[in-house]
Design a protein around this ligand. Structure first.
Ligand SMILES: [Zn+2]
Length: 285
């Protein structure tokens, strides 16, 4: 089946990634330079590396919403967003807690001659006014986030984007799939979206894979913006994992013990696998 490359537009035979072989080759070369400078991951703030094919595939997928203006990213450790310029974006905007990641993006912007606007931000805190005011002149075409994979983490990140997204641009939200706890999480997130009248208007055909086994595979969903679910207050819940408090809150699923049990089972399985199979963590498949 013939398909138009999402980067250059030429026709080619599609397999997984929606990029022609020439564009793939070009981006792989760029990534080999860009990712040399990626900071070491800090797992306690949920930093995971993504496989190279997934970075290319996801970058290509979200580029359908690029119109040559800015693309905004909420969390930047995986570096998805750094390829935006090569899909025609003038500017990337990054909201991120880790100053090492902010510097990495700024450095790459200088190196490859594109504008990077960064905001150091802890998503647990309310959004400062100046973020809204200073970002206003920049036309943001779309938002993307790969949030912490639990209900409160996903709600927190999504809510911040809904608040910051003053021009109603589409939002791309990564949602995991696979293990039982991730399926439960997906059901709960879909329920949350339905309850708040957030419409899903697209989903990636390719799935995304991470370098570490303790991140399940994921898809990215495109959604139409809505008003923020929680307004702009400090976020009162833990976002590093499932908690009883969140589960019993009005936004929770009230299935804490099941969720916790399934998550613990998965964690134990992964630990066992790691112990018996000390495999490499190569970026390339
Ligand atoms: Zn191409």
């Amino acid at each position: 089946m013939e398909f138009n490359c999402r980067k250059c537009g030429q026709k080619f035979d599609l397999y997984d990634i929606e990029l022609c072989p020439e564009c793939q080759k070009e981006l792989v070369e760029i990534c080999s330079e860009v990712y040399k400078l990626q900071p070491e991951k800090i797992r306690k703030i949920d930093q995971f590396g993504m496989k190279l094919d997934s970075i290319l595939s996801q970058s290509a997928y979200i580029s359908e919403s690029f119109h040559g203006n800015a693309a905004a990213f909420f969390g930047g450790y995986d570096g998805v967003g750094l390829l935006s310029k090569f899909f025609g974006q003038r500017q990337v905007v990054l909201f991120e807690l880790d100053t090492r990641v902010l510097s990495w993006w700024q450095h790459i912007g200088k190196e490859y001659d594109f504008e990077v606007l960064t905001y150091q931000y802890d998503a647990l805190q309310s959004v400062p006014d100046e973020f809204i005011n200073s970002g206003k002149d920049d036309k943001i075409d779309c938002w993307r986030t790969d949030p912490p994979f639990n209900c409160s983490g996903m709600l927190c990140f999504l809510n911040r984007i809904l608040y910051l997204n003053t021009n109603g641009a589409p939002i791309y939200l990564v949602i995991p799939y696979g293990p039982k706890w991730a399926r439960l999480l997906k059901h709960n997130i879909f329920q949350l979206l339905r309850d708040n009248k957030i419409r899903i208007i697209g989903v990636s055909s390719d799935k995304y894979e991470y370098l570490d086994k303790d991140a399940p595979d994921s898809f990215i969903y495109k959604m139409k913006a809505s008003p923020p679910i929680l307004g702009n207050s400090n976020f009162p819940f833990e976002i590093k994992g499932a908690t009883y408090d969140f589960s019993e809150s009005p936004f929770g699923c009230h299935q804490y013990s099941r969720c916790k049990k399934w998550r613990d089972e998965w964690d134990n399985e992964i630990q066992k696998e790691k112990f018996f199979n000390k495999g490499s963590n190569e970026r390339c498949k």
